[in-house]
Design a protein around this ligand. Structure first.
Ligand SMILES: [Zn+2]
Ligand SMILES: [Zn+2]
Length: 237
């Protein structure tokens, strides 16, 4: 059994602790560990938190229009982090591709880095990624059901190489599994499945829009009640 503990450090960056409980041997102690095999993403998450609305608030984007240079920086920082991951794991980058069959051996991480750099050049007006809550709610794959030959499409490492794999399944396809720590920054920034480009960020925004429309509709239906409520809000908000 695995327990996932989430916390925020002083800079409001998420920290994840995974505590593995060995059910066969209750005497063994729980272990906490941070993931050593990925580059430090604290700069990225710091930039991201500056350009996205606070998680608790509804996405009132018109009040929090990010500066394009900051959006650009977020894309560039993540591209750099992925590039470190690519070099450390010796994947893609025109190096040892698939036995020369594809010439430059373009891997998924190559494509992701390219896409990020492209967007850094002409950044979107606002971050189109998904919320932290979306990432938290993703299906977790139990370690027991992972097979030794299953690898993370981003870092290319077998999931089971990690003593405490934290693997998630994206809702688009049953086989679209990723290390949470590999896919999370991408999801927060881009909001898409790296494999088939299903756009979860867009889905979230549309859902939010629909929710507001319903709210608006209910408001105009109960205009009188609403007015009383507003007085109340005005006093105590
Ligand atoms: Zn990975
Ligand atoms: Zn997918």
């Amino acid at each position: 059994m695995v327990t996932i503990l989430r916390a925020k450090d002083a800079n409001r960056q998420p920290i994840i602790y995974v505590v593995e409980h060995n059910t066969e041997n209750p005497s063994s102690t729980s272990t906490s560990q941070t993931r050593p095999r990925r580059p430090d993403l604290s700069t990225f998450f710091a930039t991201l938190s500056q350009i996205t609305p606070n998680p608790g608030e509804t996405r009132t984007r018109q009040h929090a229009v990010p500066v394009p240079a900051d959006v650009s920086a977020a894309f560039r920082t993540l591209a750099e982090a992925f590039d470190i991951m690519r070099r450390e794991n010796e994947i893609g980058g025109g190096g040892r591709g698939r036995e020369g069959e594809e010439g430059r051996g373009e891997t998924l991480i190559d494509q992701m880095i390219e896409a990020l750099l492209r967007e850094a050049e002409s950044p979107p007006r606002e971050v189109e990624g998904v919320s932290e809550e979306f990432c938290d709610a993703l299906d977790r794959i139990p370690t027991k059901s992972l097979k030794p030959d299953q690898t993370c499409p981003i870092c290319n490492n077998p999931f089971l190489d990690d003593p405490y794999p934290l693997v998630v399944r994206l809702p688009c396809h049953p086989t679209h599994l990723f290390d949470l720590e590999c896919v999370r920054p991408w999801l927060r920034l881009r909001g898409t499945c790296p494999l088939d480009r299903v756009d979860f960020g867009k889905q979230q925004r549309e859902k939010e829009l629909e929710r507001r429309r319903q709210l608006e509709k209910r408001r105009s239906n109960n205009k009188e009640d609403e007015e009383e409520e507003e007085e109340w809000d005005g006093l105590y908000a």
